[in-house]
Design a protein around this ligand. Sequence first.
Ligand SMILES: [Zn+2]
Ligand SMILES: [Zn+2]
Length: 334
Amino acid sequence: MINGLHESGANDVLIRVAAGGICHSDAHYRSGISKIDKLPLTLGHEVAGRVEQVGSDVTHLSTGDRVCIHYLVHCGSCKFCLRGLEQFCPSGQMIGKHRDGGYAEFIKVPGANAFSLPDEIPFDAGAIMMCSSATALHALNKARFKAGESIAIFGFGGLGFSAFQLARAFDCGDVYVIEINPAKLASAASMGAIVIDARSADPVDQIKEATAGRGVDVALELIGSAETMRQAILCLGPLGRAALVGLTAESMSIHPYTEVINKEVEIIGVSDHLATELPLLIEFVRGGKLRFPPETLRVIDLDAAQINAALDALQDSIDHVRTVIKVTSDQCAS
Ligand SMILES: [Zn+2]
Ligand SMILES: [Zn+2]
């Protein structure tokens, strides 16, 4: 008997989970740093699997289809949802935070949240791309990033790793990766980024020097510190856009005239991502423009001890290696 199956509605799909990504925010939910309203709760918002049952009103999916899940369940009819801005839906619920998630054998979601996963994309990649990669794409979209533009990426964890590849997929100009971690600097350099070691000198000075004083067109702040947010704004050239993605409760100080107004730079907040952005993301992964090489994935079983150990390790980890729970043996592309 499948738990909750009898409650499936006409708009729902029941999915047999194949892979579930373990995210840094899951560690925050477990520790209480991010508040969860209702317990107990099954974590897991990075989910891919196969459709097991389809509600009568869901027309775009059939039993057996491979799918990945958009984690934000939304009403579809409020003024935000109607404009495709479902992250502001007043009744929005995040899977694995406000409702049960994918550290499970089955998950039930509205059909609108299930996207076809092409055969070329393994389930593990199909799961992990639905969080940090999707948010990296949203950040580039919010910054109105265009072909040929230069970009500074502050932080080379999961978000930065995806943002770098996505910037390339957009035919970017020069890419600067700002980091303090030697392993991540080496990793970014091996992928072709111009690396800026923030330990050696002020990263803003280094970027200005590397760009003959011009600065960059777009900066992404993916770390979540007031200091790097300020650097992301200061390294911009005229008409530059700084997209702030990292979370912090710190305050930041900016001199409005010299640092924002006279260069007409923009400071842009980035929160989550949108369903409308996912088809392009899926296409980038299918076409190999966004890749998750095996050395960037760690696979564990659907087992409490293994999951808790992974969450323990994540608590202070900031690398771009992602842990994926392999729930079924249905892992490979087929
Ligand atoms: Zn996540
Ligand atoms: Zn809504």
